[in-house]
Design a binder for this molecule. Sequence first.
Ligand SMILES: Cc1cc2nc3c(=O)[nH]c(=O)nc-3n(C[C@H](O)[C@H](O)[C@H](O)COP(=O)(O)O)c2cc1C
Length: 198
Amino acid sequence: MKKTILFTLTILALLSCSHQQPSPMECALINLMTRVSVRDFTGEKISDQQIETLLRAAMAAPTAMNSQPWAFVVITEDSLLAQLGEAFPYSHCADHPACAIIPCGDMSKALPGEGRDFWINDVSAATQNLLLAAHAMGLGAVWTGLHPSQRYRQAQELLGLPETLIPLCIVPVGVPAEQPEIKDKFKPENIYYNRYNH
Ligand SMILES: Cc1cc2nc3c(=O)[nH]c(=O)nc-3n(C[C@H](O)[C@H](O)[C@H](O)COP(=O)(O)O)c2cc1C
C-alpha cells in the first residue's frame, strides 16, 4: 500500500473516525496534513476557473486590520515561465508548471508606521492558503522564497513591477508529475503548555 494512503489512514484513525465517509472537518485536516511541496509538473494547463479558485482561497486569508495589502501576479505564458525558471532555478518554473502565482505585498495598502511589516504575515497566510487549495484540488505547488532576500528586486525588474509591489515568493502550480512522501513533522518537544520549561 502506498505510504501516502497509509499516512492518511493513520490520520483518520487519529481522528477516531468511526464512520465510512470522512466528515468535512476530517477532510480539511487530512488536506492540510497531507500537503507536500511539489516541484515537478506534467506541463498540462489548468483552467481559468481553477486559477480563480486558487486566488479566491489566497484572498480568504486573515490580514492585520483586514488591510489585505496584496496583489497576485499570475504567470501563464510559457516564455515568461521559462525566463523565471532561468532567473530563479530554485523556483521550479522550468519544471513544467501550468502557471506560477507570485503573491506580492502592496505597500500602498500596507498599514502605516510600525504596522507596515505585517504585510509579510498577511501575504504568507495567503500563500499558505494557496498551497492548501492547490492540494485540495489535486494540484501540486511549492512556495519558493524571494523576499526578504534581495532577489525580490530581480523579480520586480523581470516582471516590470512598481517599487510598491514586493514579490514575497514564487509559487509554481500544476498537475503533479511526482508524488513526494508526506512528512510527519509533529514533535511534542516543540510544545510548551503555560510555561517554558526544558
Ligand atoms: C519561506 C519559504 C521558502 C522556500 N523556498 C524554497 C525554494 O526556494 N525552493 C524550493 O524548492 N522550496 C522552497 N520552499 C519549500 C520548502 O523547502 C518546504 O516547504 C520544506 O522542505 C518542507 O516540505 P513540505 O512543503 O513538503 O512540507 C520554501 C518554503 C518556505 C516556507
